[in-house]
Design a binder for this molecule. Structure first.
Ligand SMILES: Nc1ncnc2c1ncn2[C@@H]1O[C@H](COP(=O)(O)OP(=O)(O)O)[C@@H](O)[C@H]1O
Ligand SMILES: [Mg+2]
Length: 393
């Protein structure tokens, strides 16, 4: 089955799209053959409007309604282009843009992703799976991170014995840990790039939206006094399962501490925020005694962050997710394709215990396409995943 997976992460930098040929739902031995992956930058005005939704700003219902439709239309244009490129598809899976992840006292109560599926159905004629997090939250789960299902399958086959983990460095950082024996766990550790991006945008007065190649951070020095204050945030010590969004990691978190310490140079601030990401990931993984880690997400392109991470992790062997067959920039879009494929086969998209849901649930809702739908016989819970060879150019 040819499945298009699409997601815009918390960085709000653009839409990641991947097309996969998926099979094996009936046996549980899945095969994912990557066909194509690319990223559409959000149009600048759309990105600015999405970022402007973030707390502590307020917004209007009109703005939310318009962005819901505009994100849906952008997703529709991207889906149409890739479907034409690969010569047709069977299903589109659209995560949309998270704009609010509602967590109270460690419990996820709701989550909102913008991006209406209807324009995608209209443009492609295909059925669309969307709203992938709500069902898990309704079942008492965190609704995030969802990466655990794909990560667990990918990591099972990775290297020799020992504890393996996956880390995604998007706007927020999330990990999946697969112990040598015992159940896998997955949770958000805190910020990855979101605070760095916000600082760089302010420092460059909007000229840059991220620290390309880590150049600014490389010119700065970590301010341990500021870092200590930032590390006191209670979220970092909460037990798993836990999830968060950009609500908790805004300039309103950093600025009061910057005001408390001696003046902080711009580059030092960026260097400190990079170190904050590395240390909080290191602290989150420490109890698990990880042997090997695969990293994905845009953060892999920041060498200062990757070096800080290696220092914070000590003896852990660090590779990018390319080592398990999925390029670091594309893994999350393939994850969406996988989850939607499972939904189509009425198989839960999360593993037991992972998000804290009462039991694993089939994720998302299906918008019907132009042709009558005949859902396949329900599949079985996936046991193995093989990444098939990409198509020959
Ligand atoms: N060349 C680069 N140098 C430094 N950071 C980068 C680079 N490319 C991407 N990034 C970082 O990665 C982020 C995007 O990562 P991504 O995985 O797309 O996150 P999300 O899933 O939240 O959209 C950017 O906002 C930026 O902080
Ligand atoms: Mg992105």
């Amino acid at each position: 089955m040819i499945v298009v997976g699409m997601i815009s992460g918390t960085s709000m930098d653009g839409l990641d799209v991947a097309v996969a040929d998926l099979s094996g739902a009936q046996t549980g031995d899945l095969v994912l053959r990557p066909l194509q992956a690319r990223t559409w930058r959000w149009p600048e005005s759309l990105r600015e409007r999405l970022l402007a939704l973030l707390p502590p700003s307020s917004t209007t219902v009109a703005e939310v309604a318009q962005l819901d439709e505009l994100v849906g239309r952008s997703c529709a244009a991207a889906a149409t282009a890739v479907v034409a490129d690969v010569g047709g598809a069977d299903l589109v899976v659209s995560h949309g843009q998270t704009v609010f992840h509602w967590v109270t006292d460690g419990r996820a109560e709701g989550t909102l992703q913008l991006g209406q599926p209807a324009p995608i159905v209209q443009a492609t004629g295909l059925p669309v799976v969307s709203d992938l997090r709500a069902r898990d939250i309704a079942a008492g789960g965190q609704g995030a991170p969802l990466a655990g299902t794909l990560d667990t399958l990918l990591l099972r086959g990775f290297g020799g014995p020992g504890t393996r983990a996956a880390l995604n460095l998007g706007g927020i950082a999330n990990v999946t840990v697969v112990p040598a024996d015992g159940e896998p766990v997955a949770f958000d550790t805190g910020p990855a790039n979101c605070l760095i991006d916000a600082a760089v945008t302010r420092i460059t007065r909007g000229e840059a939206s991220y620290d390309a190649g880590g150049a600014i951070a490389a010119a700065g020095t970590v301010r341990e006094d500021l870092l200590d204050l930032l590390l006191a945030k209670p979220y970092y010590d909460l037990p798993a399962p836990k999830s968060t969004g950009r609500e908790l990691f805004t300039t309103a978190y950093v600025e009061p501490y910057v005001a408390k310490v001696a003046p902080v140079a711009d580059a030092d601030l960026v260097a400190t925020l990079v170190e904050l990401t590395a240390r909080t990931v290191g602290r989150a993984l420490a109890p698990y005694d990880v042997d090997r880690l695969v990293v994905s997400g845009g953060g892999v392109h920041n060498p200062v962050l990757m070096a800080a991470l290696e220092r914070a992790l000590g003896r852990v062997e660090v590779k990018t997710s390319d080592a398990v067959g999925l390029p670091a920039d594309d893994k999350e879009a393939y994850l969406m394709a996988l989850i939607g494929y499972l939904t189509w086969h009425q198989v839960p998209g999360v593993l037991p215990g992972m998000t804290g849901a009462d039991q694993p649930r089939v994720l998302g809702r299906i918008s019907l396409g132009d042709n009558p739908v005949h859902l396949p016989e329900p599949g079985v819970s996936p046991r193995t995943l093989t990444i098939g060879p990409p198509p020959v150019e």
